[in-house]
Design a protein. Structure first.
Length: 333
């Protein structure tokens, strides 16, 4: 039933995207703040306690409701619960409006507006970016957002649902990603910054949790794009990026559509409250050097934005077809 839950969630999200401010997000944010405020006491073991509570409690709650629905009301209601969970954890419309706005501005030749929208999205200084660098940064941020909002969720949901854990995988993945991102940004806040121990715990856990999904995403991009170039770039250029898992995805994207990615990072704007960046889905880039080197490929241009959109959607179709075949084989078997 995983295929039907994913398909329904994607269709509903396209018709009625989740509002930017919603009760579910407010509850997640309040829970994350509560765990760090009460369990981040500045010692190594406290970091893992805070992370475990922040991630596992919502995950176990989603799993408990799933099993309760199966035992009391039956499988159809459990599928509806999975659709509801996927609706709030998975979807393009949670970030695609940023991409669309910048792409439209570039198509109209309004580079100033494109820089402004990029700066607003990622809270960076984009005032002096040339056109090709605007495109490069949009591609990089959009591909990582697509992975974290769609492909990573699909991977963990499908794996755990296959062993009877319902939508727990989707909650586990998105909570792990959110607490890692929020606590990293909270380090720069002027009030109640996160301790280094809670940041390290969240970052290490996220690196392990995202290891397999990142490579599944990269493989999907290679299959639906230029396979040999994507694999070659994956093997030789993934280390150019500061984050190992993100580097695999970006390198595969670079080879799949023949675009140059990587290079100098943008300056991060100072903050007093990490919430706007966490809401925007901004990746933490503070540890990135001034120039990490670039992958081979053509200079980024607006046409590459359309190529990336096609790459992402073809990958979605491929994985949905694969899930449909697995579901059909299970039903017939």
């Amino acid at each position: 039933m995983s295929f039907f839950a994913i398909l329904c969630a994607l269709l509903i999200e396209q018709v009625r995207p989740l509002a930017y401010h919603n009760p579910v997000y407010g509850g997640v944010l309040a829970w994350t703040r509560w765990t760090s405020r009460n369990f981040d006491a500045g010692k190594p073991n406290h970091g893992w306690v805070a992370w475990s509570l922040a991630v596992f409690v919502p995950t176990l709650l989603a799993l408990a409701v799933h099993w309760l629905l199966i035992l009391t009301l039956g499988l159809p209601f459990a599928v509806l619960w999975s659709i509801a969970i996927l609706y709030v954890t998975l979807g393009f419309r949670q970030f695609s409006h940023h991409f669309t706005g910048i792409r439209d501005a570039l198509d109209e030749g309004d580079e100033a507006l494109a820089r402004s929208l990029l700066a607003h999205w990622q809270h960076v200084d984009a005032a002096n970016l040339p056109r090709s660098e605007i495109v490069r940064h949009v591609i990089e941020h959009s591909v990582i957002a697509a992975h974290r909002h769609v492909f990573g969720v699909l991977a963990w949901f499908s794996i755990l649902a296959a062993v009877g854990l319902g939508p727990a995988g989707a909650v586990f993945y998105r909570m792990s990603e959110f607490v890692s991102r929020y606590w990293a940004h909270k380090n720069g806040a002027s009030t109640q910054p996160s301790s280094i121990w809670v940041q390290q715990a969240a970052d290490r856990a996220w690196g392990v949790i995202d290891w397999l999904p990142a490579r599944i995403t990269a493989l999907g991009f290679a299959v639906v794009g230029s396979f040999e170039e994507a694999i070659d770039c994956w093997r030789n250029d993934a280390r150019r990026f500061p984050n190992e898992n993100d580097g695999v995805i970006l390198a595969a994207t670079s080879g799949a559509v023949n675009v140059r990615l990587g290079g100098g990072a943008l300056s991060v704007m100072p903050i007093t409250d990490p919430l706007p960046r966490a809401q925007a889905g901004e990746s933490f880039v503070g540890g990135r050097g001034p120039d990490s080197g670039s992958t081979p490929g053509r200079e980024p241009e607006p046409a590459h934005l359309r190529s990336v959109v096609g790459l992402v959607w073809r990958s979605v179709v491929m994985w949905m077809v694969l899930l449909a075949l697995l579901t059909l084989a299970r039903l017939l078997g």
